[in-house]
Design a protein around this ligand. Structure first.
Ligand SMILES: *[C@@H]1O[C@H](CO)[C@@H](O)[C@H](O)[C@H]1NC(C)=O
Ligand SMILES: *[C@@H]1O[C@H](CO)[C@@H](O)[C@H](O)[C@H]1NC(C)=O
Ligand SMILES: *[C@@H]1O[C@H](CO)[C@@H](O)[C@H](O)[C@H]1NC(C)=O
Ligand SMILES: *[C@@H]1O[C@H](CO)[C@@H](O)[C@H](O)[C@H]1NC(C)=O
Ligand SMILES: *[C@@H]1O[C@H](CO)[C@@H](O)[C@H](O)[C@H]1NC(C)=O
Ligand SMILES: *[C@@H]1O[C@H](CO)[C@@H](O)[C@H](O)[C@H]1NC(C)=O
Ligand SMILES: *[C@@H]1O[C@H](CO)[C@@H](O)[C@H](O)[C@H]1NC(C)=O
Ligand SMILES: *[C@@H]1O[C@H](CO)[C@@H](O)[C@H](O)[C@H]1NC(C)=O
Length: 811
């Protein structure tokens, strides 16, 4: 009897619960209250409400990217301090007011986003509909799923089937053979607009395992290669360095789908990684660095930015060696400065003076801009012409002709916009000269040609002191050339503006000199709040008042624990001063090479190395504008009272201004750290800093100068590199440490040092990669001895040269 009674009771209880459920959730259309990972039927998410995955890894709600006032439903990481969105629902249609927009489940079981007028903004629109009774759940891998409430293993829709620009462990890109849907990564339009941009990564529609990166879904500019069983043929991460894989990559082809996916190797690890189809056309893999509070770049493909199709837009010029990547040729300017500031160059460049031309007759005088060392765009028309002059007149007599080139036997012309112009450098086999149509008034004077010939003479006169002086001259010219297009921020930001009189007072009339650096003397001072400061009196500043202040305020925004903090500045007439925090423990060279100082322990040295690497990685990769330091050496590493290293003197090139020749007088002490490209006249990239960093590592390991001529005149890094390649590292260690070292750290640092000083820039790791290695996230292989050093080490005849440059550096 009892069981008969119990049955109807439990049934009643069930329907009662169901009724309560509906009363609470359905009738009231209740907004969410307590933290939850689920949206149930009848609930809605609005305003600043969010749902949070069970373990708290991800969060879903409204966000607005950057300074944009548009709102989107997105999913972002919850445990990291920098909001990073991995998925966007309504990427093409923002909502403007979140307070009455709502995300909820529709009566037929879809997830829908409605604006304040109840218009449909976005719908999950699943093709597979099995239930009208669903809930939306945010999972801990970042997947948002719709599942059947009556059978929770039935998933009717999931965000991983509709990725935006990001691929996270557990998600997939590929295609669904049953529905025919593709999972494609498509870039954001720019950093503040998630609507689809021009770049996407997708699987080969013809059925192979290959992935493509495409422009405008038509032009393939990168291929992953086929799946080898372990990796995609074109994606072994670095040829020389074994990628330490935080994730295992897989390619799967079954009845239902073919796709690539990846998993964390160690599921309990707290490492976070993601791959993103970047707004600038590269696939980038990032790893979150907790210490840095930022993402570190692990790799990018295609690795050369200029391989990206149409990256710089019409008439844009791609320059692999420039930190700005895209520029405009002489006589052109960015078509949309705002887009350019957001790293969206697709609008390209426009003429400063528009051309008016009809009936093949120009209304104004036109000429042609000579652009030597250019990679020619491939969409040319071929005309037969006997001479350069014929080619020119052929182009001139057609309104549509925008450029011509003459290659000795034929005339090439281009109609309309020019795509994929690329700046090359002397010695590149593909470099040719193109002539671009330009209004006469926009044509440059002939001075540029003079500069080039000086550089060529420089290269010709490479011998003895001439070589060094010439290198410096080239450097001065190059820095001038680089003042090309630089996009500025406004305002002075967080900096204090001092008067000269105030600084004179605080430094007791500049009485306590701390040192003389490359750009002026440094004095100790005290602020009224009794904080100690270092005041640098800049010499030879050529910048105008306004320009100087713009540059200073840009520097003021660059803040990182391993960069010296700029507190303020003074600019009165010719007096230009910078005010920094004072660093108690002085510069690294004074601690490292001074016999009277307490010896720095290995632990301290390793921490200093890590700090410098992070600071440089930040300058190279995380600032809005990439900054090449150009002068990495122990003198420019300052230590605070806890021996935390701070990079000093960054951003000086821009601050000093056009006439960078001031540096000429100061380069002498720095020559030992200069990468070969300084001497050879190649453009300077962040890899030049990597080289100097490597040279400095040898000094930190050994506690001695690389280039002090000892009795036998050996160049320490040459000897060290050969020892490292043979696996002997302890012999390099500072004797004063008496072998007290963490040997595996010593191995890592020695290997990094040798990789950094490789002759070819492409063989040197990036600072971001170095940080990963120092953090034990990436591994580093045994390096080869750099070719130039091998010669030094093997060829006795060259020893006199070594001695020669050694004396140069120490004199
Ligand atoms: C957003 O909508 C709410 C309610 O409809 C309204 O009170 C508020 O003024 C709106 N805000 C803006 C910025 O339009
Ligand atoms: C929903 O999908 C169908 C086809 O699958 C498509 O025709 C329709 O436009 C989509 N609706 C929305 C709002 O995306
Ligand atoms: C779901 O659909 C069935 C019929 O297709 C209908 O009877 C039921 O009321 C619907 N449920 C909801 C919650 O809309
Ligand atoms: C799914 O439902 C089954 C039984 O219906 C239950 O045992 C299980 O805990 C549910 N899983 C989740 C994640 O709710
Ligand atoms: C729940 O869904 C799964 C997969 O869709 C199916 O295999 C299973 O039979 C369903 N269970 C019930 C009780 O309907
Ligand atoms: C991109 O492709 C679309 C469709 O194929 C085409 O209409 C559009 O003009 C292309 N965009 C550019 C900038 O060429
Ligand atoms: C302009 O020149 C082009 C190429 O020489 C020719 O094809 C075109 O017909 C000319 N147009 C006019 C209006 O003369
Ligand atoms: C010049 O260009 C034409 C067209 O591409 C090509 O056929 C010819 O070989 C080139 N001549 C030289 C000397 O490169």
């Amino acid at each position: 009897m009892a069981s008969l009674l119990a049955l109807p009771l439990s049934c009643n209880l069930f329907s009662l619960l169901r009724m309560v459920f509906f009363m609470v959730f359905v009738s009231a259309n209740a907004p969410l209250s307590a933290p939850t990972d689920t949206i149930y039927p009848g609930q809605s998410l609005t305003g600043s409400q969010t749902i949070i995955s069970k373990e708290g890894n991800f969060e879903l709600g409204f966000f607005s990217p950057g300074k944009s006032s548009n709102f989107y439903i997105g999913i972002w990481y919850r445990k990291i301090s920098k909001q990073t969105v991995i998925w966007v629902a309504n990427r093409e249609k923002p909502v403007l007011n979140t307070s009455s927009a709502e995300l909820k489940l529709s009566d037929d079981g879809h997830l829908v986003l409605l604006d304040n007028f109840k218009n449909f903004i976005w719908s999950s629109n699943s093709t597979r509909q099995t239930s009208n009774y669903t809930s939306a759940v945010l999972l801990d891998n970042g997947n948002l799923i719709l599942r059947d409430l009556s059978n929770n293993s039935t998933v009717t829709w999931q965000s991983f089937d509709h990725p935006t620009d990001t691929f996270v462990p557990g998600s997939w890109i590929g295609m669904n053979k049953i529905t025919g849907e593709y999972q494609t990564l498509t870039s954001w339009k720019n950093s503040e607009d998630p609507s689809p941009g021009y770049f996407s990564e997708t699987i080969d529609p013809s059925g192979t395992s290959e992935f493509f990166i495409e422009w405008n879904k038509t032009i393939k500019y990168w291929r992953s290669g086929l799946w080898t069983g372990h990796y995609f043929a074109a994606v072994p991460i670095l040829p020389e360095m074994k990628p330490h894989t935080i994730v295992t990559v897989a390619y799967i082809d079954n009845k239902e789908r073919r796709y690539t996916t990846c998993f964390y190797r160690d599921p309990s690890s707290s490492k976070i990684t993601r791959q993103v189809m970047d707004v600038a056309g590269q696939i980038k893999q990032f790893v979150w660095m907790d210490d840095l509070k930022d993402w570190a770049l692990f790799f990018s493909r295609p690795s050369l930015k200029c391989d990206i199709y149409f990256l710089c837009g019409p008439f844009g010029v791609c320059d692999e060696k420039s930190s700005l990547v895209c520029g405009c040729a002489h006589g052109f300017q960015p078509a949309s400065l705002r887009d350019w500031q957001l790293n969206d160059w697709s609008s390209g460049c426009e003429r400063k003076t528009k051309l008016h031309c009809s009936g093949n007759i120009s209304d104004e005088k036109v000429g042609f801009l000579k652009m030597p060392n250019t990679l020619l765009p491939s969409n040319y028309l071929h005309l037969s012409a006997y001479k350069l002059e014929d080619c020119r007149s052929a182009c001139l007599s057609s309104c549509s002709c925008s450029a011509y080139a003459y290659n000795g036997s034929g005339c090439l012309t281009w109609n309309g916009e020019l795509r994929n112009l690329q700046q090359l450098y002397d010695g590149d086999d593909s470099a040719q000269t193109i002539y671009v149509r330009l209004a006469d008034s926009d044509l440059p004077s002939s001075s540029d040609d003079n500069k080039r010939s000086i550089i060529i003479i420089c290269i010709a006169v490479v011998s003895g002191v001439g070589a060094v002086l010439c290198a410096l001259l080239c450097l001065a010219l190059r820095c001038r050339r680089k003042m090309f297009i630089i996009i500025k921020k406004e305002g002075e930001g967080p900096l204090i503006r001092f008067t000269y009189a105030e600084l004179q007072y605080m430094t007791k009339n500049f009485s306590e000199k701390l040192g003389v650096g490359g750009f002026g003397s440094v004095f100790k001072g005290t602020l009224p709040d009794s904080n100690t400061i270092a005041v640098k009196r800049l010499e030879g500043v050529q910048q105008g008042e306004k320009q100087f202040r713009t540059e200073v305020s840009t520097l003021g925004f660059i803040q990182h624990i391993n960069l010296i903090n700029l507190r303020g500045f003074c600019s009165e007439g010719n007096s230009k001063l910078l005010v920094y925090d004072f660093m108690q423990n002085g510069s690294l060279d004074s601690r490292l090479f001074n016999e009277n100082c307490e010896v720095l322990s290995w632990r301290t040295r390793y921490e200093i190395i890590q700090g410098i690497a992070r600071g440089l990685a930040y300058l190279h990769e995380n600032c809005r504008e990439c900054i090449v330091h150009c002068d990495i050496k122990p003198e420019n590493i300052l230590l605070d009272e806890k021996n935390c290293p701070k990079l000093a003197d960054f951003g000086m090139a821009k601050l000093i201004g056009k006439d960078f020749s001031r540096v000429l007088t100061t380069m002498r002490g720095t020559i030992g750290y200069l990468a070969p490209e300084w001497i050879s006249g190649l453009p300077i990239t962040p890899k030049a800093d990597v080289y100097s960093f490597g040279m400095m590592l040898f000094e930190i390991i050994s506690g001695r100068r690389n280039r002090i001529p000892e009795f036998d005149f050996t160049f320490f890094p040459a000897w060290a590199a050969s020892k490292i390649s043979q696996g002997e590292v302890l012999v390099l260690l500072d004797e004063r440490l008496k072998g007290d070292v963490a040997i595996e750290e010593l191995v890592i640092v020695s290997r990094i040092a040798t990789w950094c000083i490789q002759d070819s820039e492409s063989h040197r790791p990036s600072m971001g990669q170095i940080v990963l290695i120092l953090e034990n996230i990436a591994e580093v292989n045994v390096p080869p001895v750099p070719g130039s050093l091998k010669e030094l080490a093997e060829n006795k005849d060259l020893e006199s040269d070594v001695y020669y440059s050694a004396t140069l550096s120490s004199s």
